[in-house]
Design a protein around this ligand. Structure first.
Ligand SMILES: Cc1cc2nc3c(=O)[nH]c(=O)nc-3n(C[C@H](O)[C@H](O)[C@H](O)COP(=O)(O)OP(=O)(O)OC[C@H]3O[C@@H](n4cnc5c(N)ncnc54)[C@H](O)[C@@H]3O)c2cc1C
Length: 505
């Protein structure tokens, strides 16, 4: 049986951030990944000369140091650089209007004035005036160095001192972001806009979305120096940089290695057993899988209460996906991203009502063969699992339902590329079953649907000694910055505060 200091179950961005930090500090780390390649929902795959993306497409703060992004900090800590393409705009297609929007406060103000007039602009300004102090408050608690779970008495005192002038804002952090919108926004367009951004961040409407996560987004996007960054080569480049960071300091990654169960000695985590029978001893075990999968790895007699609690956490819905390789002849000024909404009245969470498209080859031509483009489209966390759970993926029924439900993509895409059907050279469709299969997420869910006004995310600690969690199930926000931070917090819990602090000095 091989001996390690830490075994990490899953090579999602959270697991890789945790593992690479620990190996940098000299820990012997093993990352076990069930899939044939690392990255979790952020993995890429190649076919016919195209690099297809499966998950995140909106990145920022990788190289831009003006943005406090945990992933950017961790890459710098590992001395790993990922070249990026900088850009500022995305296409928005709503039922009532269509426009190209740049990040930054001024372009959106102009757009509001043009589309909705002065009164709406005033409402927006009042709204921003209330969001800004919350953003400032969040800025005073840099994600990586003020891990909420590992604060000791002196940290708390120090932070409390810094936050005293903002006492009034603190109570807002405990409410859903919709609270600030309700107070200030009556214009339906603006309310829909905030609801959409909240949904894209959390998979939930604005009233359930965490205010700190949204205040961070607003701080980033409305900063005059803000821009978006696309990692050249796609999300694979980020994953590869983290794997390099892990391996150059002695860490190991094994793919196609599903963990079947966690091993315990005297009720303390002591290693893992893989499905293929191999066992690895470790002083610490970190689970990067989602909250529902972790409960399957622990014998229920050990943790009945905790498992019951985590199992009952509600899930966000899943995804439909489309991957296209298509002829780029005479297509000029294509947007890298497009957000499409069909009908506001159906509500932001309604199935097949919102779709996100990205065409990364617009910025990075190496992702597609010459004169071709590669596209990933998905319906963000709005595809109900119940439609799919009892269908056999090998049946004709499955193929027919898949084609029918994914037809929404071509319908929406015709707004950007009217003759898209004639151009398609490679086409792959994905359902919640596909998402579940390739990412090992329960029911293909985006993550926990924990309302900001209800309760807190579980955090990286468990009731079992030497057993920790990280990833989208542990920290509010679900997106890349939140999972990177969660990986760092799990590393902090293992390293201890002093060692961890030295890293980020
Ligand atoms: C379609 C889509 C689009 C997104 N777009 C954005 C975006 O634009 N911007 C943004 O910031 N965020 C975005 N996100 C969110 C973000 O990508 C994810 O939250 C994040 O990548 C999840 O990382 P994680 O650490 O939770 O691990 P995951 O990616 O969930 O990976 C967990 C890993 O654990 C492995 N695993 C599970 N069980 C086992 C086991 N028993 N043994 C071994 N391995 C196991 C899995 O195979 C998987 O590789 C998007 C997500 C999706 C799905």
């Amino acid at each position: 049986m091989s001996e390690f200091d830490v075994v990490i179950i899953g090579s999602g961005l959270g697991g890789l951030c945790c593992g690479s930090i620990l190996s940098l500090k000299g820990y012997r780390v093993l990352v076990c990944e069930a899939h044939s390649q690392p990255g979790g929902v952020a993995h890429s795959f190649s076919k016919d000369g195209y690099t297809f993306e499966s998950g995140p497409s909106l990145w920022s703060g990788i190289n831009n140091q003006k943005i406090d992004n945990p992933l950017g900090h961790i890459l710098r800590l590992l001395k790993e650089e990922v070249p990026v393409a900088k850009y500022k705009d995305w296409e928005v297609i709503f039922p009532e209007s269509r426009f190209r929007l740049e990040v930054g406060e001024v372009p959106f103000r102009k757009k509001i004035k043009e589309l909705r007039g002065e009164i709406s602009l005033k409402e927006w300004e009042a709204f921003l005036a209330e969001v800004k102090p919350v953003s400032n408050l969040v800025k005073k608690m840099p994600l990586l160095t003020s891990s909420p779970l590992n604060l000791d008495f002196f940290d708390t005192l120090k932070i409390a001192g810094k936050l005293l002038p903002d006492l009034k804002q603190i109570s807002k952090l405990r409410k859903g972001f919709g609270y600030i919108a309700d107070k200030n926004l009556h214009d339906q367009f603006l309310r829909n806009w905030v609801d959409l951004l909240s949904f894209l961040i959390s998979g939930m409407p604005m009233h359930d979305t965490n205010t700190a996560a949204m205040a961070t987004l607003f701080e980033e996007w409305f900063n005059p120096e803000s821009y978006l960054e696309y990692p050249l080569g796609g999300s694979e480049s980020i994953v590869n940089a983290l794997v390099r960071g892990l391996e150059k300091n002695g860490g190991e990654l094994i793919c196609s290695s599903r963990v079947k169960k966690i091993l315990f000695k005297n009720k303390i985590a002591s290693g893992v057993k893989l499905e293929n029978g191999k066992e690895f001893n470790a002083k610490f075990v970190v689970m990067n899988c989602d909250t529902w999968n972790i409960t399957k790895l622990i014998p229920s007699k050990l943790l009945a209460d905790w498992q019951k609690k985590t199992k009952s956490i509600p899930k966000c819905n899943s995804f439909l996906h489309i991957h296209l390789g298509f002829d780029a002849t005479n297509l000029i000024d294509l947007p890298i991203h497009t957000i499409w909404v069909d009908n506001w009245e159906r509500g932001i969470t309604a199935d097949r009502n919102v779709a996100v498209f990205s065409i990364p080859s617009v910025l990075d031509p190496t992702m597609a063969p010459k004169n071709k483009h590669v596209l990933h489209g998905y319906t963000p966390a709005n595809e109900p699992w119940e439609i799919w759970e009892n269908i056999d993926y090998r049946s004709k029924e499955y193929k027919d339902i898949k084609e029918a439900r994914c037809s929404i993509f071509i319908h929406a895409l015709k707004n950007i590329i009217p003759d898209i059907e004639k151009r398609i050279e490679v086409k792959m469709l994905g359902t919640p079953l596909t998402h579940q299969f390739f990412t090992n997420t329960e029911n293909g869910s985006y993550g926990p649907a924990i309302s900001a006004s209800d309760t807190l995310f579980p955090g990286c600690k468990t009731p079992i000694k030497n057993l920790f969690t990280c990833g989208a199930s542990t920290f509010p926000g679900i997106g890349v910055p939140a999972v990177a931070a969660s990986g760092a917090y799990a590393a902090e819990a293992i390293l201890g505060k002093k060692e961890y602090k030295q890293l980020f000095k």
